[in-house]
Design a protein around this ligand. Sequence first.
Ligand code: GDP
Ligand code: IMO
Ligand code: MG
Length: 423
Amino acid sequence: MPVTVVVGAQWGDEGKAKVIDLLSKEHGYVVRYQGGHNAGHTVVVGDERYALQLIPSGILYDHVVPVIGNGVVVDMVTLFNEIDTLERRGISCSRLVVSSHAHLIFPWHQAWDALAEAGRGDAKIGTTLKGIGPAYADKARRVGIRAGEVLDAGSFAQALKERAVAENTTLVAAGGAALDVDAIVTQFAALAARLAPYVGDTVSVLHDALASGQHLLLEGAQATFLDLDHGTYPYVTSSNPTAGGACAGTGLGPRDIGRIVGITKAYTTRVGAGPFPTELLDDLGDKLVDIGREFGTVTGRRRRPGWIDCVMLRQAVRLNSLTELALTKLDVFDTFEHVRVCTGYRVGGAMLRNYPDRMELLADVEPVYADLPGWNQSLGAVREAAQLPAEAQAFLRLVETEVGVPIRIVGVGAERDDYLLWS
Ligand code: GDP
Ligand code: IMO
Ligand code: MG
C-alpha cells in the first residue's frame, strides 16, 4: 500500500505527529495536505521536543522528503522561523518542497481573523488567530496569492502591493487598525525571495515518487470534527482535514490511497468553542488536563477534556474510510479508578442511530457510557500487547468493538518509542 493517510479522528491534538514520526520510518515522503500554522505537532525524541506547525512531522528522518501540498496555507514568517530553528538544532530542511499552488498568508489575514472573532462577541469560535479562515476565504474568492508567484519577483511585488493597499482600505473601513503597507511589501518581498528555491510542482514530485516505488505518508492537521464540511460548523477550521481532503490537497487520486489511520486519544479534548457531548467539567477533567498536559502547542490554551466518544469515532470511520485506529495517551489513565467509554447518544429518551447532522442536536444529546475499572499501574514501560493489564486490554477491546475497526498502534507515553502494537 504505497500511500497512507493519517487523520485526526476527534477535534485535534490526538498525537498525530507522534504517529507520523513512527510511520515515517517506512515512508520516503511525508506530505501536509491542508491547514497551516494553526497546527501544533509535537514529536519527543529523548530529551528533545520538536513542536512543528508547517513542516511535515517526518522531517526528523534524513531519508524523508518533506512536502507542503497545494491544500496548505503557508505563513512564510512561521515557515522560516521553523526552518531556522530546526537547522540550528542540526535538522536539515533543504529537501523541503512547497507546492506552487499553495496559498500564502499575509498580515491582513491575521487582522481579519482577529476582527471577525472580536465581532462575534460571545459566539467566538476561538480560532488560533493565525489568519487561516481569511486565507482560505481569499482562495475561494480567487484573490489569493500563491507560492508559485514568488518565482517572478517583479509581478509578486506588484500583486503584494495591490493586495496590501486594497486590504488596508477595507480593514480600516471595517474598524481595524491600519496596515503598514510599505513595511509589509519590504518584509514579504524578502521572504518570497527566500521561498523561491523551495517552490515546486508537487503533483509531479508525488506521482513520480509513486511511480518509482516510493511510499508516501499524508499528514492531516486538525481533525475530522474540525472539518469545514463535516465538523461542528461554525466551530470548525476552514479546510478539509478528512481523508478526502488528502486527495484535493495533494493531487493524488482516491485510488492511490491504501491505508487510512485515524488517531484518537484514550479520551477526548477540544480547544476553542463548540459542542462536546462527553465533556468533563469536574475534578476528573482537571486531572486529565494535568496528567495529559492538555495545553495547546500553538496558543497555550487549556484544552477542554472529556471521555472517549465512540459515536464520534464511528462517524470518523465513515467520513474517512478509516482502515484502523491508533489510540494515544492510554498511560494518562494509569491512576484513574475507573474509565468511561461513550457508546451511544440518547435524545429525549430515544437512542440515536447516527451521528447528529445538526449541531443544535449535538449540544442536547445525553451520552450513554460503559464504565470500566482502571488498571492502577504504570503503562509507560509496556511494549507488548500481552503485557498490558487485563483492564487496559478490556478498554481497547471495547473501543474496537464499538468503533468497528482495529486499533493497531497504542501510545503509552510522549516519547518516540513509547508505543506498542496491539493488533
Ligand atoms: P497533534 O496535533 O495531533 O500532533 O498532537 P499534539 O502534538 O498537539 O498533542 C499531543 C501531545 O501528546 C503532545 O504533547 C505529545 O508529545 C503527547 N503524546 C502523544 N502520544 C502520547 C502518548 O501516548 N502518551 C502521552 N502521555 N503523551 C503523548
Ligand atoms: P492540530 O493539527 C486543535 C481549532 C481552533 C478553533 C478552530 C478554528 O495540532 O491538531 P482556526 O485557527 O483553524 O480557524 O481555528 O479550530 N484548531 C485546532 N484545535 N488542534 C489543531 O491542530 C487545531 N487547529 C485549529 O482552536 O477552535
Ligand atoms: Mg496539535
